[in-house]
Design a protein around this ligand. Structure first.
Ligand code: NAP
Ligand code: GCO
Length: 261
């Protein structure tokens, strides 16, 4: 039943992968504002340390761990460690991701595999690591960070689009297979957001900068904080009957054919 506490995350443990900065960091901040304990991992100690310092600056006592989302043993160990040191994971956000912008005919199979490994195999590995405990407790929230490229293609991002398209369907399949355990799995599809990942596209002289603004009804790039509210919503009991949905937070890009020249 919906109450004024339906967005409250007090007592919940949220693991956000790759959340030292960027979109993951913003979503974790949002969870913290609503009472959740924040756990994050990143690929090396330097990033984890930087992330811990950033969380501290925000007044958040986060728990940071070095773990590679593509390594099943590392992620299994991380989940066990978190359950001992912090508590069972209630909310998993599969946020860690990479992109390689290379024309497909010039991309090596290894480069393609690397993107699929982080952006699609990683979420599988991380979801698999948290599912048993969520199933036992008959409760859990899994949020996969998809993309415009879960729906659209463009030059040079073949691997990324294939991964994010697959992640949309993995989201739907987790929702289908585990909904009966009161586990909801949904996606968030950010539009074009100002983070290090898109920095190369946002230089003043880069044509993509103006292009995206013209393709976005909101006429601006998104900022990581635009993702906080949608993430809190999908992590909370307010979304208990939403399952297998991808919530696009894109300023309207997917709805818009684009302004006539
Ligand atoms: P970002 O700036 O590239 O940050 C991604 C984070 O994931 C980094 O901390 C990165 O660490 C970490 N990471 C990469 N590989 C990892 C691995 N194997 N194991 C653990 N952590 C790993 O990305 P962002 O822009 O904040 O995006 C976060 C998510 O949103 C990604 O899934 C991205 O695809 C998605 N997204 C972004 C946008 C956008 O416009 N920015 C739009 C739609 C979707 P390193 O710094 O070491 O690489
Ligand atoms: C690109 C961008 C996009 C964004 C995002 C859009 O090169 O097109 O990096 O892929 O990162 O995924 O939703």
């Amino acid at each position: 039943m919906f109450t004024e506490n339906s967005f409250d995350l007090t007592g919940k443990v949220a693991l956000v992968t790759g959340a030292s900065y960027g979109i993951g960091f913003a979503m974790a901040k949002g969870f913290s504002k609503y009472g959740a304990k924040i756990v994050f991992n990143d690929i090396n100690q330097d990033l984890v340390d930087k992330g811990m310092a950033s969380y501290k600056e925000e007044g958040i006592e986060a728990y940071g761990y070095v773990a590679n989302v593509t390594d099943e043993a590392q992620m299994k160990e991380l989940v066990e460690k978190v359950e001992k040191e912090v508590g069972p994971i209630d909310i998993l956000v599969n946020n860690a991701g990479i992109i390689k912008r290379i024309p497909m005919h010039e991309m090596s199979a290894d480069e393609f595999r690397q993107v699929i490994d982080v952006d699609l195999n990683g979420p599988f590995i991380c979801a698999k690591a948290v599912l048993p405990s969520m199933m036992k407790r008959r409760s859990g929230k899994i949020i996969n960070i998809c993309s415009m490229m879960s729906e659209l293609g463009r030059e040079t991002v073949s691997a990324y689009a294939a991964a994010k398209g697959g992640l949309k369907m993995l989201t739907r399949n987790i929702a289908s297979e585990y909904g009966e355990y009161n586990i909801q799995c949904n996606g968030i599809g950010p539009g074009y957001i100002e983070t290090p990942q898109t920095a190369p596209l946002r230089t003043p002289e880069h044509p993509f900068n103006k292009f995206i603004i013209s393709k976005t009804p909101a006429a601006r790039w998104g900022i990581p904080d635009d993702l906080m509210g949608p993430a809190v919503f999908l992590a909370s009991s307010a979304s208990d009957f939403i399952n297998g949905h991808v919530l696009y937070v894109d300023g309207g890009i997917l709805a818009y054919i684009g302004k006539q020249p």
